[in-house]
Design a protein around this ligand. Sequence first.
Ligand code: 4AD
Ligand code: MG
Length: 461
Amino acid sequence: MITIKNILRSADIVGKTTEIKGWVRTKRGNKNITFIALNDGSTIHNIQVVIDNTKFDENLIKQISTGACIAVKGIMVESPGKEQLVEMHAENIVLYGNADPETYPLQKKGHSLEFLREIAHLRPRTNTFGAVLRIRHAIAFAIHKYFNDNGFYYLHTPIITGSDCEGAGEMFRVTTLDAKNPPLNGDGSVNFSEDFFGKETKLTVSGQLEGELGALALSRIYTFGPTFRAENSNTPRHLAEFWMIEPEMAFYEINDNMDLAEDFLKYLIRYALDNCMDDLGFLCKMYDEELIARLRFILENNFERITYTKAIEILKKSGVQFEFPVDWGIDLQTEHERYLVEKYFKRPVIVTDYPKDIKAFYMKQNDDGRTVRGMDVLFPKIGEIIGGSQREEDYEKLKNRITELQLPEKDLWWYLETRKFGTAPHSGFGLGFERLILFVTGMSNIRDVIPFPRTPKNAEF
Ligand code: 4AD
Ligand code: MG
């Protein structure tokens, strides 16, 4: 079985008989001859199949319409057309499945991305989603390759958890209790001791806490898995289910963490440029003509590194009327992040040392008593692409912070124990996979870079 990608790659294919299987993209011709553009998803390119109508049953040819799935045997010949170098002259055709032109939703080209979201079961068959999904695969592969080549171990952290890593309380509950009639405690609250795990459990928002346990044994680990957030933000950059890559490294301090983040992102972008040019070229042509230049630009420039305090100064002096007013202590909004990246520095920016009140409990506390050693990597068009930090490794400081924030210590005893037994300086970060794919593909809505997006009120497919 040979894919269209491999046929188009083989130098000596002309004159050979082969078989291709795929879905009809377009059909044209006249009563004597039919031209089919066939695509099997292995590449953005189609193979043109030329059918001599007199050799085939009329009814068969009629049924080979856009969307139909066929297998064609034939001989590969040099193509007189300028669209392609080779084409197949059909000798035998099997129709696996027709697609009624009256009802097939992708009968015509040029549907809006919004419409395609409503047919997420079929949109992988479009050029755009084929390209996005192949790039998504290539980057996922490159992530594993990068870490493997650099001595990191892939740690599988749990999806079901009893603790809220980010402390934001935006978690989906996992339960087998009867929603209509749950067992109750004396005070009317739900009695989770009767639940499947004997306690209240949720879908994880991050693999970090367990990742730290791994790093404090294997030195360098990474996770790469789905994470879940029940935040009701209907934006082009938020999903309720998204994939996150979280490296965690013993003996790394914040500067090592920043170096890793920059090197990692550049590696992945370089990998896409080296391996996905067909698909990137298509997306560049169709959606975003600056895409490839923007990707190259990332490789050619150092990321700017500034503190949060400095960032606030720059934003205050900018003279821009932001929707969210700027003052020391605020959480940076996308408009602020994009100003720093796109207008001020004109390159990716890493902001460090955020106020402790807007960051999670685990971040290493600075000596000033009001900031923590967090870092966010900000990208053009995206805003925050990475969030991370050096971790608080001091048992007392961490325990006090947990108490101060009134976090449930009973759910975090195991996390605290790593600081009690052989604690070590360590750091890590989380890269939002879909945010990276957004950047690399130049798409503008995160719903269009994951096969089956989960967002508020949407989990159809
Ligand atoms: O900044 P966040 O919340 O950091 C953490 O979860 C840390 N525990 C990571 C760590 O240090 N190991 O999320 C990390 C990244 C963000 O920078 C963003 O790229 C992405 O995850 N992200 C989302 N992507 C899509 N939809 C959402 N709702 C996202 N929330 C965060
Ligand atoms: Mg963050």
